[in-house]
Ligand binder design. Sequence first.
Ligand code: TRH
Length: 383
Amino acid sequence: MRWDIFCKVVDNFGDIGVCWRLARQLAGEHGLAVRLWVDDLAAFRQLCPEIRADRSEQTAMGVDVRRWEQNFADAAPGDVVVETFACRLPDTFESAMAQRDPRPVWINLDHLSAEAWVADYHARPSPHPRLPLTKYFFFPGFTEQTGGLLRENTLERERQSFLATTARESARARFLTRLGVPDAMPFDTDTLLVSLFSYENAALADLLDAWSRGDRPVLCLAPPARNQPDLERFAQRRLRVGDAARIGRLTLRLIPFLPQPDYDRLLWSCDINFARGEDSFVRAQWAARPMLWHIYAQKENAHHAKLSAFLDAWCAGLPDPPAAAMRALSFAWNGVGPITGELWERWRGFFPAFHEHAEKWQKKLMKQQDLCSRLMQFCRSGL
Ligand code: TRH
């Protein structure tokens, strides 16, 4: 089968993050011919440094990567066409799809949510207003009734072998050294290693303050992100990649923005991960560590219901006190109420319970079929 995936980078890295992961998996694990159309190769290059932003055609990791130009040149559609996040295909391409025999299976890969309505809308058809084409809405999700989550089939094996030893010469130690994190050694101290990837966040100063005053040292590794002005305001200095600032018991270190597979290694290495958006949020769950989610803000606080639905799912099976602490800190991190030192300490007090629960949650999700396999099954049934 030949697949076409269309990616419009609206903002940030989530659009290309998801598309690139899907494309790589379809090509690498399933041996499919995948053509990935991307309108912003500079953003793509951040996640995959081998991408050349000046090339209109190139191959990366077995994927045929094309720049999606405004004036879209004619191209013959493949057997499956994946439009991502309602990015709207070029008119000429839609016409070519309608003329193809057989017509391609047309999918819109939508956003991830744990809300209950997702199961009802998943895999629903939507006829084209003019052309003899039907688009199917494919919704990622956390249950068997949805499209599932992106997960490579070697992911857990790689994570396990990465964490196999805790000695200085372990893969984790080598990785952190390569990142230029000397202060992460040795690992036998009680320092909490935290990764921080978020949007600008008014609660960040309160959180950093709680860390700097806490009774346990915190080493926070932050790749460049929209929260950098917040970090610099707190550190009272400019921060460049490689810089570290010490404030009380907190060490704040700016690390480079990593290629996608290395970002997984960072998540596997840390005790707590702050993730955001969609793809990093899912990867933090595969890392099986306690995690806090900075959700992408939507109009009229629509994201609050989305956050709540996820917390309901994640906290199921946790006793009430840690579940309440998780909800309180998660909402405060997303702008509902301040983060106080007391709130943070209460959350941290449940850290062992969260760790155990994050492992259970990961195992439970692992038992489900991954998104790529569900998508392929769905498309095969329509061909
Ligand atoms: O970047 P995000 O906020 O992206 C999105 C977009 O805003 C999108 O429009 C919106 O719809 C969606 O959020 C909800 O967050 P996300 O989804 O986590 O994407 C980040 C990607 O960047 C992910 O694939 C992981 C990757 N990444 C790296 O490869 N290296 C890094 O160092 C880091 C920090 C992230």
